[in-house]
Design a protein around this ligand. Structure first.
Ligand code: GTQ
Length: 344
């Protein structure tokens, strides 16, 4: 210590990588969450030409994955879409194959357009149609193929911003470009989609759902069977959660996936909570107030709600349903006892 002057002491301590807590209490212990993520919206109509441009000009071999990342302006340094979560839009053309790899991050795909593609996940071919949800739990090999016509596009959801923040990331390329399929196609969804009648001989009760694919036809069936006469939640309308048949809980340890129907003219109650949310418009159009910002969404768009931001959904049509697919890091936030919510 060279003098008794406080500023000199702060400078010297800083050089020693020592800080004075009393100068930072307010920012380190905010009275409520102050997310760097800002409310944001990506228009599919605007993104699609860029997807097609790179589909034409960039080979799948060069790209490994041909994906446009949806990056929150407040989280550019971590390529996150909202706190802890990522969204990208992937395109693959007929005849292409995206090389097999695996990573610690959990992933899923929600299919937007096209037909004739499949992904091989840990030796099982899982086919894709619009509206299907496909899971790739962490550290499973996965490679994508397109044997149909026209471009195939889907939404990728991953938890890599959380995994990277925890320094938990590993990545590996498969020794060959493709996995061999070693079980019947779509076996896991054929076995487990019934939910109440699980194959009893499969003993290992994984924290991730064993279902490779939740087909859109099942979602429609659930809406018809469960929700036709339900009013649902005052905030989210008729919101159904995709579940792990072993636990009844979220499909992945870090991400819960849901699909919600907002009836014609629906105006939800306003709510805020400490989980992060990414939303994708399956069909319809409407407006979600996120804090002070009005997000006007249309079919296939993606938008986000930051933690602790107040949001309120409105279906913009008085004659048609709107359907939103959503995912959230709520399982993580709840596991850490950090979940709070307020209905306003
Ligand atoms: O398809 O495996 O959007 O590994 C980001 C990382 C997609 C994928 C992404 C990935 C993938």
């Amino acid at each position: 210590m060279t003098s008794t002057d406080a500023n000199t002491a702060y400078t010297e301590m800083d050089a020693m990588n020592v800080g004075a807590l009393w100068r930072h209490l307010g920012d380190l212990f905010p009275t409520e969450p102050t997310s760097r993520a800002v409310p944001y919206h990506w228009s599919y109509r605007q993104l699609r030409p860029y997807m097609l441009h790179f589909a034409d000009t960039l080979s799948i071999e060069e790209a490994q994955r041909r994906v446009l990342m949806l990056i929150n302006p407040g989280l550019r340094d971590m390529s996150a879409t909202v706190t802890g979560l990522y969204a990208g839009i992937q395109v693959i053309l007929p005849g292409e194959q995206a090389q097999a790899h695996r990573h610690s991050a959990n992933a899923f795909r929600f299919i937007i357009e096209g037909s004739g593609a499949y992904t091989t996940v840990a030796g099982e071919r899982v086919h894709m149609s619009p509206g299907d949800l496909l899971l790739t739990p962490g550290w499973r090999w996965h490679d994508h193929y397109h044997e149909g016509d026209g471009p195939m596009m889907w939404l990728d959801g991953l938890d890599f911003p959380l995994v990277n923040a925890l320094d938990g990331a590993f990545f590996e390329l498969y020794p060959d470009s493709a996995q061999k399929a070693d079980v019947p196609d779509d076996l896991s969804s054929l076995q487990f989609i019934h939910g109440r009648l699980n194959p009893s001989w499969i003993g290992e009760r994984t924290a991730s759902s064993p279902i490779g694919r939740y087909p859109w036809a099942e979602t429609e069936r659930a809406f018809t069977a469960i929700a036709e006469h339900a009013t649902g939640s005052e905030v989210d309308g008729i919101a159904l959660e995709y579940t792990n048949p072993f636990t009844g809980g979220p499909v992945l340890p870090t991400m819960a996936c849901r699909v919600q129907r907002l009836v014609p003219g629906f105006l939800g109650a306003a709510r805020r909570h400490t989980a992060s949310t990414i939303l994708h418009v399956v069909r319809g159009e409407g407006t979600t107030m996120v804090g002070e910002q009005a997000i006007n969404w249309a079919e296939k768009d993606v938008f986000i709600v930051p933690p602790w931001a107040t949001y309120q959904h409105r279906n913009g049509s008085t004659s048609h349903d709107a359907v939103l697919f959503t995912y959230t890091n709520e399982p993580v936030v709840k596991a850490l006892s950090l979940y709070r919510e307020e209905i306003l």
